[in-house]
Write a protein that binds this ligand. Structure first.
Ligand code: KG4
Ligand code: ZN
Length: 334
């Protein structure tokens, strides 16, 4: 079954093909137009999607060596995300499916991030705990079966990726901030400043990152510009260590409390090297199996959408062509 996946929920225009042999193609165009504004400009994102969607989908079919007629299904993100961006991918997918009489399924972007763990291996079986950490979402989820998710906790303010992006802005190092802080922090002193670890020892699985962010802001405010330049690697490393400690601690605690021996990461922040290294060590110490998607499948991509679509279409689940974008779509909860 050849499934085309399309993803346009934010500022990546992406298409990919997945079948039982695995991933056949994976094309992502990250829109660079937003860099000059230090964040995604929704109207510009929609226009870029319109410009890019056709050539990106064509390239994904060419790379997979497939003609349109050889597709057995089309999967597309229908939420959550920016409504104008979602509309472009969703309408493109619906038109393609209708005109060629191909089965069609709408995919929840957050669920797609979870399925990124299944692109290169089929051994991840529920139950497992998944920490979903992206630019817009931070959620700790118990997956009892695919399609049904129990949210154990979520952020009460900023998403993890958002905190990275905001601290990067304070340090004036560019956008998107996550990968830049990750790089800046390598080899730096993460004990330079002891930033707060909000909600670390509370008996729940919620997160709060605005306190760490504000602590960084207050610290930076006291410095001269030249001091910020000298200290920025250590500030980045200290911030990252504080945030990652909370993420890992709550994920492992959730696994232990629910008697689950497998944990997984998902979303853009899962590409963070410090997090990957440390959670690997701690999961091993606790005898927990750990799954982390390959770097290319952590940040937004269509491979994860094609993979999720492959799962649903194999279970004969499709969507009506009347499906509309859902900017605030949540995970299906039990
Ligand atoms: O999943 P994603 O690509 O898009 C959303 O669905 O939001 O996540 C993007 C977020 C951004 O906030 C970005 O700064 C963050 O993921 N990110 C990282 C890293 N790479 C991307 N954060 C920390 N370390 C990274 N290496
Ligand atoms: Zn995402």
């Amino acid at each position: 079954m050849n499934v085309l996946g399309i993803e346009t929920s934010c500022d990546e225009t992406a298409a990919a093909v997945y079948n039982e042999q695995g991933l056949r193609s994976n094309v992502v165009a990250s829109q660079s137009i937003h860099v000059q504004y230090g964040g995604v400009v929704p109207e510009l994102a929609s226009r870029e999607h319109i410009r890019l969607i056709s050539p990106i989908v064509k390239k994904s079919l060419d790379d997979a060596n497939l003609a349109l007629e050889q597709l057995d299904g089309i999967a597309v993100t229908y939420g959550p995300g920016l409504v104008g961006s979602l509309l472009v991918g969703l309408n493109f997918a619906k038109a393609l499916a209708f005109a060629n009489a191909i089965p069609f399924v709408g995919i929840n972007h957050i669920e797609g991030h979870i399925f990124a763990n299944l692109i290169d291996n089929n051994n991840l079986d529920p139950p497992f705990i998944c920490l979903i950490i992206s630019g817009g979402h931070t959620q700790l989820v118990l997956i009892e079966e695919f399609g049904k998710y129990q949210t154990l906790g979520k952020t009460r303010d900023d998403a993890a990726g958002e905190a990275f992006d905001k601290v990067a802005k304070m340090l004036d190092i560019g956008y998107p901030g996550g990968p830049l802080i990750d790089r800046l922090a390598r080899g730096a002193n993460n004990k330079f400043i002891s930033f707060p670890r909000p909600m670390l020892n509370e008996n729940n699985y919620d997160f709060s990152f605005s306190g760490i962010k504000t602590a960084v802001l207050y610290y930076i405010r006291k410095l001269e510009a030249s001091e910020i330049q000298i200290q920025k690697n250590d500030i980045a490393a200290s911030f990252q260590a504080a945030l990652v400690e909370v993420l890992i601690s709550k994920t492992i605690a959730a696994a232990v409390a629910h008697g689950v021996n497998t944990i997984a990461l998902a979303g853009g922040v899962a590409s963070n090297m410090y997090l990957r290294e440390h959670i690997e060590k701690q999961a091993a110490q606790m005898n927990l199996k750990l799954y982390i998607p390959l770097l290319a499948y952590c940040t937004d991509n269509a491979a994860m959408i094609a993979r999720t679509g492959f799962y649903y279409l194999n279970h004969h689940i499709t969507s009506p062509l009347s499906l509309s974008p859902k900017p605030s779509l949540k995970l299906n909860t039990v």
